[in-house]
Design a protein around this ligand. Sequence first.
Ligand SMILES: [Zn+2]
Length: 270
Amino acid sequence: MASTKKTTKVQAPVDERETFLSLRKSFAENEQDTQEKLRTLYELQEADNEIDRIVQLRGELPDEVASLEDEIGSLKAKCSHLEEIIDGYRQNIEQNNAHIGELDSDVDKYNKQLVNVANSREYDSINKEIENTTLLRAIAEKNIREAREAIEAKKQDIAKISDRILIREDDLQAKKDELAVIVESTAGEEEKLRAGRDACASRIDERTLSAYERIRSSVRNHQAVVGLVNEDSCGGCFSAITPQRIIDINSGKKLVICEHCGRIIVSPEM
Ligand SMILES: [Zn+2]
């Protein structure tokens, strides 16, 4: 029985800027490993393509749901801010009412003093106090009136915003229902695809996976692994490939990276 020598490779830490090019030297130890790895990457890409197709069915709905939720959230925050302002005005009214109460009792006191005045100077001075107090009372009443008007205005603002919230909540519910129908009809398929995808991803080392994800998220068609188109061009960016590289691609045993877009190009046989 052949002895199986176990080697533990020291993994370099995952670099977030990793590309397939930077991994080229450490991609695989031999052609067989390269072939296996390319096949796994290709499988992963196929699974991701299928998942993307399902996600695309949902179209703009998830974004629309999220932005409606944001909008409703900010409208509600606006309403509660207005409620706080109204509370402030109510406190202001209470304070002014209390002040009016004090002023009224002052006037009562002065009126009683008027009955017992000793001379006209005292009489004038008390009357002056009454006049001042009446003026302060009028100011307090004016403050109350203004606060009540402001409350009414803020209440109208709240009513308008509340109407908008209701409309947006109806929109949101409709979009959510629509999305739920689509998600439900594809949930089983998606779950199976994701399980397959995860199994595939678990067979790929972290650095390669990181490069794969990075390229996938940076390119428009989300393809990090592509085939040839018209037998001589990169399936990702459509640049022409040299004949030697086409031979390498078709061998299925060499890692070929597009010089223009950085995607891995694999044999159509895969
Ligand atoms: Zn390319």
